[in-house]
Design a protein around this ligand. Structure first.
Ligand code: SAH
Ligand code: SF4
Ligand code: F3S
Length: 470
């Protein structure tokens, strides 16, 4: 798979650490999407209360947990290889507990124990409160599994332990699960039914983060536009005495936490994104000018087979609305090439849609068939791998020109940047994002992370802007 894809969505495993003294040591590695990273912070919090301190060094740990992803075959094979690398460690230290959490645990259930002999513990995304009990079972010499999905669990009352982050920006999970059943997607099977979290607990978490110096929160859900509290899908109010909350209203509530707390969110769904949300974004300066709106394919025929619930025309109308209501709003997307039955013409339609929209950024993948999904049951995975990859490469090349074009337009402009800390490449530089979510690198001056600075852009690549503080 192409490097861009690997780095951007699958990422390298991130090791999470929260230093504190204890003899029970947890090594926790996260794969997959932001929801998983956010869940790992909940897991760390639950296990912290059970006496576990996190470590960066798996060799000194008594508990290794991998929070896994099933979205594509490659995501799963990465985890399986990682498990193999712990074989010797486990041989030398039989009391070491190895657990698999997250989407792969949910998808594979008990079969994971048979296929990966060194695994002691399999825990699905809705069962993390049960971890202390499951660990006791393992300590008593039994393998242990809990993959029950819940219709209510949102972990609303658990205060996440912020792990290995920059102390400036944090994730807040606002809902769990997904009811959309896109035909290619494993998430509804691994994350269960959609449910929203109490808005007051979301606002409280944002306030707490702000108090602790954070200046940016990202509200997370698989489809944030279908966030709803105290009202069901049919529009019936559940408790007449209490207010109802939709996503636009939630955004507004979080925007009021502090003028200098930036708000981002992910992921929006083209079929559900309303103008109400756009108007709220436009009204509040602290809600960032950035929308991630996955298209998947530019062909209405393919979109129908994907069960995405919108057409190419509908998507383009949503883009027009964004550009009208929030001029200058950055837009990114997700694209899948080589879905079942995708013709050359369908692929050309994806390229032409990209040319029309000119996304600022994109995550791009070739189709990977997932067990149990509608597509796996109903359609043949008939596009040869080389064709999927060739099409992907064309999409990546085109996107690179669009990203570069979009960044070049920024040269000479000044942006407000939230300083995140030293840049990865050089200690002499700081980095941070503008409201439009582009990473900006600039020489360190007398500023601290968490501060806002104005940076004038002097140069760029397809991925980054470079400038200096004015
Ligand atoms: N909830 C988000 C997407 C979550 S998964 C949404 O609806 O947009 C992130 C991305 O992974 C998807 O947008 C899609 O582009 C990609 N993806 C999901 N399943 C895939 C599969 N089977 N093969 C390849 N890419 C896939
Ligand atoms: Fe998967 Fe579709 Fe749900 Fe996104 S909206 S998580 S692609 S089923
Ligand atoms: Fe992967 Fe599960 Fe997220 S499948 S993308 S970790 S919801």
């Amino acid at each position: 798979m192409n490097k861009v894809i690997d780095e951007e969505i699958q990422g390298e495993a991130t090791v999470l650490e929260n230093p504190k003294e204890s003899d029970k040591k947890l090594y926790l590695e996260s794969y997959g999407c932001q929801m998983n990273f956010s869940d790992s912070e909940i897991v760390a919090s639950i296990l912290d209360k059970h006496g576990y301190q996190t470590t960066r060094n798996y060799e000194e740990s008594n508990l290794i947990l991998l929070n896994t992803c099933s979205i594509r075959e490659k995501a799963e094979s990465t985890v399986r290889n990682r498990l193999k690398s712990f074989n010797e460690l486990k041989r030398n230290n039989p009391s070491l507990i190895i657990g698999v959490l997250g989407c792969m645990a949910e998808r594979m259930k008990e079969s994971l124990l048979e296929e990966e002999k060194l695994v002691d513990l399999v825990v699905g995304p809705d069962a993390y409160r049960d971890l202390p009990r499951l660990l006791t079972e393992v300590e008593d010499g039994h393998k242990s599994v809990n993959v029950l999905l819940s219709r209510e669990e949102t972990y609303a009352d658990i205060s996440p332990i912020r792990l290995d982050n920059n102390g400036v920006s944090a994730f807040i999970s606002i809902m769990r699960g997904c009811d959309n059943m896109c035909s290619f997607c494993v998430v509804p099977f691994t994350r269960g039914r959609e449910r929203s979290r109490n808005p007051l607990s979301i606002v409280a978490e944002a306030k707490e983060l702000y108090k602790n110096g954070y200046r940016e929160v990202t509200l997370l859900g698989q489809n944030v536009d279908s966030y709803r509290w105290n009202i069901n899908k049919k529009g019936e109010i559940l408790d007449q005495q209490q207010p109802t909350t939709n996503f636009a209203q939630l955004l507004e509530m979080v925007a009021h936490v502090a003028d200098d707390l930036r708000i981002r969110f992910s992921t929006s769904h083209p079929k559900d994104m309303t103008d109400d949300v756009l108007h709220i974004m436009q009204k509040y300066k602290n809600i960032c000018n950035y929308i991630h709106l996955p298209i998947q394919s530019g062909s209405s025929t393919v979109l129908k087979k994907m069960n995405r619930g919108y057409t190419r025309e509908w998507y383009l109308e949503r883009i027009e609305s964004i550009r009208k209501i929030i001029p200058g709003c950055a837009i990114s997307t997700d694209i899948i090439t080589g879905f079942c039955g995708e013709t050359n013409e369908d692929h050309e339609n994806t390229l032409s849609l990209m040319d029309i929209v000119k996304f600022d950024f994109a995550y791009m993948f070739f189709y990977s068939e997932r067990p149990k999904t509608l597509a796996q049951r109903k359609y043949e995975d008939d596009i040869p791998l080389e064709v999927k990859k060739e099409r992907l490469q064309e999409v990546i090349d085109l996107q690179r020109t669009h990203s570069l074009e979009s960044n070049r337009k920024c040269i000479g402009k000044t942006f407000e940047v939230l300083v995140e800390g030293p840049s990865k490449k050089s200690e002499d530089n700081f980095c941070g994002r503008n409201s439009e979510n582009t990473m900006i690198v600039f020489p360190k001056e007398n500023v601290k992370k968490g501060q806002y600075v104005n940076v004038i852009i002097e140069d760029c690549t397809a991925a980054t802007l470079k400038g200096k503080i004015v």
